[in-house]
Design a protein around this ligand. Structure first.
Ligand code: GLU
Length: 286
């Protein structure tokens, strides 16, 4: 078994991250497997070296260890570009110049007549740029995956329905099947490469889980809806499919999900307040 924890250094880790990392680490220990750390820093302007340093320190303090050097996504842009080129060569991509504002304006047009769908990345893209060829792409364009073309490439809806992944989040192993309809209606043409960073979370995470030979992905339930996209990309790029474990989210006392800006619940502040690693893990039920 190979597990990983893949934080973005955009803030201090909070106790929800402690739960996620320790859950993955313990599963790896129990199976005599490996635990890897990966720094997901594709969004360079939001990432800071001091937060990366804090990730190392806080996780070590919790008692976790991992092989070094760690994989850093900012050093792998050429690999993501290759994966993108491959999808583009398969005819599945198009350049998109729409801003968030353009997208919500297109979706609020009265003729739509129904509530716009919201997917893992927000509003489902209305397809405005769908017919633009990749040859037209400029530096100010993002690149989107045409969900319909991707499904056709894989042999159509019936073939896509045969694709599945294992989910162990409930304590039992459940097979989750993909659905072409859910992908088209509920995810839509997702961004594979943002115009500013040249890749996206979805593309990078799938490429890197394969590159690191991750067999088991442990992460929060908030990312569970994106897993159908990841499974589809694995099928398109011939990548192995890990087992997924989406765990409960750690919430504050009013039931709100913890955010990185919530410094009061950072591992560091509990540590500075004198709690032991075991006491911090006990706060999240471990
Ligand atoms: N960098 C992502 C995050 O911090 C990782 C999600 C994942 O584990 O796939 O949410």
């Amino acid at each position: 078994m190979r597990q990983r924890f893949a934080p973005s250094p955009t803030g201090l880790l909070h106790i929800g991250h402690a739960f996620s990392a320790a859950t993955a680490w313990r599963a790896a220990q129990a199976a005599d497997g490996e635990f890897l750390l990966r720094i997901e820093d594709i969004d360079q302007p939001r990432c800071k070296p001091e937060f990366e340093q804090a990730i190392f320190e806080d996780l070590h303090w919790l008692g976790l260890s991992w092989p070094t050097p760690v994989m850093r996504q900012s050093e792998r842009m050429a690999v993501y570009e290759q994966a993108l080129d491959r999808l583009a060569a398969m005819g599945l991509c198009y350049p998109c110049r729409c801003t968030r504002k353009d997208i919500s304006a297109a979706l609020s047009a009265p003729q739509e007549g129904h509530e716009p769908a919201v997917g893992p990345d927000g509003l489902v893209y209305p397809g405005t740029c769908e017919n633009r060829p990749m040859s037209e792409k400029t530096d100010t364009d993002a690149v989107r995956l045409s969900m319909r073309r991707a499904i056709d490439f894989l042999g159509g809806a019936a073939e896509v329905a045969r694709l599945s992944y294992s989910e162990t989040g409930s304590g039992e192993t459940v097979q989750i099947d993909l659905s072409a309809e859910a992908l088209i209606e509920g995810c839509g043409d997702i961004v594979l490469a943002r115009k500013d960073i040249g890749t996206s979370y979805h593309l990078a995470v799938v490429v890197d889980d394969a590159a690191q030979e991750i067999t088991h992905v442990t992460r929060g339930m908030d990312v569970a809806p994106a897993t159908q996209i990841h499974r589809l990309l694995q099928a398109l790029l011939d990548l192995p499919v890990p087992v997924y474990h989406h765990h409960r989210l750690i919430r504050d006392e009013v039931g709100k999900r913890l955010a990185k800006r919530d410094d009061a619940r950072s591992i560091r502040s509990y540590r500075e307040a004198g709690l032991s690693p075991a006491e911090v893990l006990a706060l999240v039920g471990l």
